[in-house]
Design a protein around this ligand. Structure first.
Ligand code: ZN
Length: 658
């Protein structure tokens, strides 16, 4: 571990708070120090109030901020004297603590201060840094860990036994500091939790953290020197098996979840260990991971594994709830967040959002390394169940999850949209993303790299059956299945009378508008049939189905065939709880197919202005891609929960259709 301190960047910081933000980001950049909101930092300073009086202030990391990206405004200013006095109380409930934090915060708009604010306040140094460093928790979570920590750090660090974060821990640390600190004390180790360092200078406190954690890393490197053994390659799970797993876990959770997979060499090696059960079935590396990963991962992937996991979780809740919660505490969903599949050498991460999956996966990658290293040091030892339960059901931890608010309509669901690069397809992508789905956007054209983590563009020529098959396997493997399919891709060739139409032209229109959709539906069916809340298909048809026009035979016939295909699917797939509905849009001019020139000439051929032509329907309204997309999205939602096989016009009213 090396210091990332850069004197030039530090020199750009205009005050202590900016320096605090800078060195906090250095900590946050190193995932072996802190992961996803873990760790916290502070700086003490002063601030003049409105009366001109100067007060001592603790600027402490606000909740919701991540050290990796924190800015000066991410530090909440809290009256220092108030926090120091709180530490001297005999007791303080969590709710009282949160109240006092609010009362002592000098900026009402600032985020809630870290739950470790009192602890930071009681350390009489300007800069205080706290991380959950992998190397330190590896030592503290191994058998004989406390002795090893004391051997390593001597009296430079005060060793604190495991205590609940918050008031209990702050009070203990303040007393331990008063009792044990001397001129050479530079920090504290918190057993099964992490490490604190402090100093008058930002750089000193940061570099103490780096060097002390580096010392722990060297102890680990010496103990786990054996070369990693080669592992026989295992076959990955098939996409359909994965969809089955996702459905079982979603059913246990009570809501749809996403399932991502990780088959890195490290994962495969870890899962080939003979002691994988004993290592993984104890608990997390540091208790605050529990809200992301649950206490333990699920081992195995079949229905029995899920049922066993759920039964164990319920037992764990029942065993601990009276002592650490009481009747008012409600059990969270009992579904796993990490699944270890020894047979396929795969770590599955489970979450309601792609971000949740990423966090659970990343935390568990660190956890595996910590468990292996602690085992090499003499034996991995996690905290006992009751201590972990106390953190999992701590109001202040559950509040972090509640911050996310009510999930959007399609949270945890996976949608696939064809013809996603532009027009109606692009609008469907936007409408589904806005409703919380992860969306796979398929197009023959390359799309710009996605800036939204929930959007995954895939290039595919839908006219090629083999390519469709491969694309569906790839798309469904991303998050473990498919819930929503929007069949939008199609071509609208320029008019050709039947007498002038050659076979190739006819064939091409049918291939793209009908055959490719039939292939796609066939490939997607096994996944839609395993959608946790039932699959949904929306077909973008055309006004030309009920009201064809001369010169558009190939197009009208193809859309009519597609409509018939969808109607039969609605009948065949109802038994699988898949709904299939059809939209017949007309005159959607913002699709890119319609250039200004084409619009002008079409309008002229009807004797209309472009403005009149755009709104040439009974209601006199213009139809936009977004209108089609919003209807498509709603057709996948609860309003249409009991509708299948419907054909809904979206044309502003057309007397030939009505
Ligand atoms: Zn902590």
């Amino acid at each position: 571990m090396n210091s990332l301190w850069n004197e030039n960047e530090a020199a750009n910081c205009r005050n202590d708070l900016e320096l605090r933000a800078y060195s906090s980001r250095l900590l946050g950049q190193d995932k072996s120090l802190v992961l996803h909101g873990g760790g916290n930092t502070s700086v003490k300073g002063t601030r003049a109030n409105i009366f001109g009086e100067v007060e001592d202030v603790l600027f402490v990391k606000g909740s919701g901020w991540d050290l990796e990206t924190i800015q000066p405004r991410g530090f909440t200013p809290v009256r220092l004297s108030h926090l120091v006095r709180l530490a001297r109380l005999n007791s303080l409930t969590d709710m009282q603590m949160v109240n006092e934090f609010r009362a002592a915060t000098l900026d009402p708009a600032a985020p809630g201060p870290s739950v470790e604010a009192i602890l930071h306040a009681t350390i009489p140094f300007r800069f205080v840094d706290h991380t959950h460093a992998d190397a330190v928790v590896t030592l503290t979570n191994s058998s004989g860990g406390q002795a090893r920590i004391q051997d390593l750090y001597g009296d430079r660090l005060i060793v604190i036994p495991y205590l609940m974060p918050g008031f209990e821990l702050a009070q203990y640390c303040a007393r331990a500091f008063a009792r044990e600190a001397h001129a050479g004390t530079v920090g504290m180790v918190l057993m099964n939790h992490g490490i604190f360092t402090w100093a008058e200078e930002a750089r000193t406190s940061y570099e103490l953290m780096v060097s002390l954690v580096g010392e722990a890393e060297r102890v680990i490197a010496t103990a786990s020197r054996s070369a990693p053994s080669a592992v026989a390659a295992s076959e990955p799970m098939t996409p359909v098996e994965k969809a089955e797993l996702r459905r079982e876990i979603s059913s246990a959770a009570g809501f749809p979840v996403l399932v991502t997979s990780n088959r890195s060499a490290n994962v495969q090696r870890f899962l080939s260990r003979a002691d994988v059960t004993q290592l993984t079935q104890q608990g997390p590396a540091t208790p605050d991971h529990i809200i992301r990963t649950k206490r333990i991962p699920m081992l195995g992937t079949d229905k029995l594994a899920v049922d066993t996991y759920v039964a164990d979780y319920k037992r764990y809740f029942a065993d601990n709830v009276q002592a650490y919660g009481g009747d008012a505490v409600r059990m969270v969903d009992p579904a796993p967040r990490v699944v270890l599949d020894v047979n396929h050498g795969t770590l599955f991460a489970v979450g309601r959002t792609a971000k949740d999956c990423r966090i659970a996966n990343e935390i568990y990658e660190h956890t595996m390394r910590i468990q292996e290293n602690a085992e090499a040091l003499g034996g991995w030892r996690s905290l006992p169940q009751n201590r972990l339960f106390q953190v999992e059901y701590w109001d202040l931890e559950q509040a972090k999850l509640a911050l996310a608010g009510k999930p959007a309509l399609f949270t945890g669901e996976i949608a696939l949209v064809t013809g996603a690069a532009r027009g109606i397809g692009a609008a469907c992508v936007a409408s589904l993303l806005a409703r919380g789905a992860v969306v796979i956007g398929v197009d023959i054209a390359a799309q710009p790299a996605a800036t939204n983590a929930n959007y995954h563009p895939i290039i595919c020529d839908l006219a090629d059956d083999a390519a469709v098959d491969a694309m569906v396997s790839k798309a469904t493997a991303l998050f473990g299945g498919l819930d929503i399919l929007i069949l939008n891709a199609g071509i609208f060739p320029s008019g050709k009378a039947i007498a002038q139409m050659d076979a190739e032209f006819w064939r091409k229109v049918q291939t793209i508008n009908v055959d490719s959709n039939a292939a796609l539906m066939r490939c997607c069916h096994p996944f839609l049939a395993r959608a946790p809340q039932g699959g949904r298909v929306v077909v973008v048809g055309s006004k030309n189905v009920p009201a064809p026009g001369p010169g558009a035979a190939a197009y009208s016939a193809s859309k009519a065939a597609l409509t018939q295909l969808a109607r039969v699917a609605a009948m065949e797939w109802g038994v699988d709880h898949i709904r299939v509905n059809i939209i017949h849009p007309n005159a959607v001019f913002d699709t890119g197919l319609w250039t200004d020139d084409i619009l002008r000439s079409r309008a002229a051929s009807y004797g209309l202005t472009v403005e009149q032509y755009r709104k040439n329907n009974i209601l006199g309204v213009e139809i936009a891609s977004r209108d089609v997309a919003e209807l498509a999205a709603e057709m996948c939602g609860p309003i249409f929960a009991k509708t299948t096989g419907a054909q809904v016009p979206l044309d502003g009213g057309n007397d030939r259709v009505i």
